[in-house]
Design a protein around this ligand. Structure first.
Ligand code: NAD
Ligand code: ZN
Ligand code: ZN
Length: 378
C-alpha cells in the first residue's frame, strides 16, 4: 500500500509499505477513505519530537472495515467507521472511567499513559495516512457511522479535532450563556469555538493573527481578535466592559508566537489567565510535551515553561489539560452532525490525493493563507 512516512525534519514521503495484517484477534483492518493532516503532526514534521524515521503518520482516520479478527463480535466487514486517535484497551481503570486518552495498557513508553496512531511517544502504532490501518481493540474503539458517503467531511473531524475542541470547553467547565475566549484559530481552536456556540455561549472571542482563520471564526458567529493589531487581553476587556471572559480555551500549544513572530510558549497561558474572570476555568488542549528538542532554551527543552501562577492563584481559577478522550464525546457529536446541528466541515480547505501529501504538509506547515484543514484521500 501507499503511506505517508516521516523521513526527518520537514521531510515526509509517500512510500510503498506492506499492507497491515491482523496481529491480535481483537484487531480490525480499516480501508481509509479520509485521513487528515493535523496541527499535532507538525510537532513531528518540524522536528520537535523524537519520532523515529520510517513511522507512518496520521491519527485522524475514517474508513470502511476491511477485515476483522476472530474475537470481534460488534464490528463487521463493510462497516463505515470513525477511528478515535486514542488507542484504548477498554478495560483498564482509566478507560473504564472514560479517560481513554490515558489508557494504562496500550502505550509501552516509560512514563506515558495513552496511545495514538502515527505519533511520537504514543506507542509503536503506525498511522492512517495510508491505504489501510490496523486498529487494536476494534470492538471498543471504532465508532459506527451511517453507511454511504454523506457527511464524509464532517465525520472526518470526529477522530480528533471536533472532540478535542469540545473537550477544551468541558475542561473549562463552560456553561450556557458564558462568554468564552479561545486562543488559537487553527482547526482545534475553531472546533472549540464551534462547540461553544453549540453549547449556548452568549459570546465567543477567537484570538489569532492569521486573517483567513479569523475570518472563519467570524463566519461561525464568533468575534475575531487579531493579536497582531494590539494586546489581545486589552481588546477583550474593551469588548466586555472590563469583565473579561467567563472561561477560556488554549488551542495553540508550545508553538505559541508573540506578534513579532518570536516563539513564546508561556504567552498564551498568561494571556488566558488575564482574560478569564476570577473563579473561571481554562481548558488547555494545545500540546505541551515533556521533551521538546526544538525548543528555544534548555528549560523549555525539558518541557518546563513558566506561567503566571501567582495571578492564576489570586483569581482562584481552575485549569484542565491533556489529550482529549475522544470516545467521551464522539457519539454525541456524530448525532449532532446527523441532526444538522453541527457542521465541522466548514474548516475544510483542501482535499488532496495521498500522493500530494508532501505538498499538503509543506503548505499547511507554512500556514499559507487558505490552508486551514487538509484532507487526504488514499
Ligand atoms: P495550528 O498550529 O494549525 O493552530 C494554532 C494557531 O495558533 C495558529 O493559527 C497560530 O497562528 C495561532 N497562534 C500562534 N501563537 C498565538 C498566540 N500567541 N495567540 C493566539 N494564537 C496564536 O494547530 P491546530 O491543529 O489547531 O492545533 C492546536 C494545538 O492543539 C496544537 O498544539 C495541537 O497539537 C493540539 N492538539 C491537541 C489535542 C488534544 O487532544 N489535546 C488534539 C489535537 C491537537
Ligand atoms: Zn489531530
Ligand atoms: Zn485502557
Amino acid at each position: 500500500m501507499k503511506a505517508v512516512v516521516y523521513r526527518g525534519p520537514r521531510q515526509v514521503a509517500v512510500e510503498e509499505r506492506p499492507d497491515p495484517t491482523i496481529q491480535h484477534p481483537s484487531d480490525a483492518i480499516v480501508r481509509i477513505t479520509t485521513t487528515n493532516i493535523c496541527g499535532s503532526d507538525l510537532h513531528m514534521y518540524e522536528g520537535r519530537t523524537s519520532v523515529e524515521e520510517g513511522k507512518v503518520l496520521g491519527h485522524e482516520n475514517m474508513g470502511i472495515v476491511e477485515a476483522v479478527g476472530a474475537a470481534l463480535t460488534r464490528v463487521k466487514v463493510g462497516d463505515r467507521v470513525s477511528v478515535p486517535f486514542n488507542i484504548a484497551c477498554g478495560t483498564c481503570r482509566n478507560c473504564i472511567s472514560g479517560w481513554t486518552s490515558f489508557c494504562l495498557r496500550t502505550n509501552p513508553t516509560e512514563g506515558m499513559d495513552g496511545a495514538a496512531y502515527g505519533y511520537a511517544n504514543m506507542g509503536p502504532y503506525d498511522g492512517g495516512q495510508a491505504e489501510f490501518l490496523r486498529v487494536p481493540y476494534a470492538d471498543f474503539n471504532l465508532l459506527d457511522l451511517p453507511a454511504g458517503q454523506e457527511h464524509e467531511n464532517d465525520f472526518t473531524m470526529l477522530s480528533d479535532i471536533f472532540p478535542t475542541g469540545w473537550h477544551g470547553t468541558e475542561l473549562a467547565r463552560m456553561q450556557p450563556g458564558d462568554r468564552v475566549v479561545v486562543y488559537g484559530a487553527g482547526p482545534v481552536g475553531l472546533m472549540a469555538a464551534h462547540s461553544a456556540m453549540i453549547k449556548g455561549a452568549s459570546q465567543v472571542y477567537v484570538v489569532d493573527k492569521e486573517r483567513d482563520r479569523l475570518d472563519l471564526a467570524g463566519k461561525i458567529g464568533a468575534t475575531p481578535v487579531d493579536f497582531s493589531k494590539g494586546d489581545p487581553v486589552e481588546q477583550l476587556m474593551d469588548a466586555t466592559d472590563g469583565h473579561g471572559a467567563d472561561c477560556g480555551v488554549e488551542a495553540v500549544g508550545y508553538q505559541a508566537h508573540d506578534p513579532s513572530g518570536e516563539e513564546h510558549p508561556e504567552l498564551v497561558l498568561d494571556n488566558l489567565i488575564k482574560s478569564v474572570r476570577s473563579s473561571g476555568g481554562i481548558g488547555v488542549v494545545g500540546v505541551y510535551v515533556p521533551e521538546d528538542p526544538g525548543a528555544r532554551d534548555e528549560a523549555a527543552k525539558q518541557g518546563r515553561i513558566g506561567f503566571d501562577y501567582g495571578t492564576f492563584f489570586a483569581k482562584g481559577q481552575h485549569m484542565g489539560t491533556g489529550q482529549a478522550p475522544v470516545m467521551r464525546y464522539n457519539r454525541h457529536l456524530r448525532d449532532l452532525i446527523i441532526a444538522g446541528r453541527a457542521q465541522p466541515s466548514f474548516l475544510v480547505s483542501h482535499e488532496l490525493p495521498l500522493a500530494e501529501a508532501v505538498e499538503g504538509y509543506d503548505r499547511f506547515d507554512k500556514r499559507e493563507a487558505g490552508w486551514t484543514k487538509v484532507l487526504l484521500r488514499p
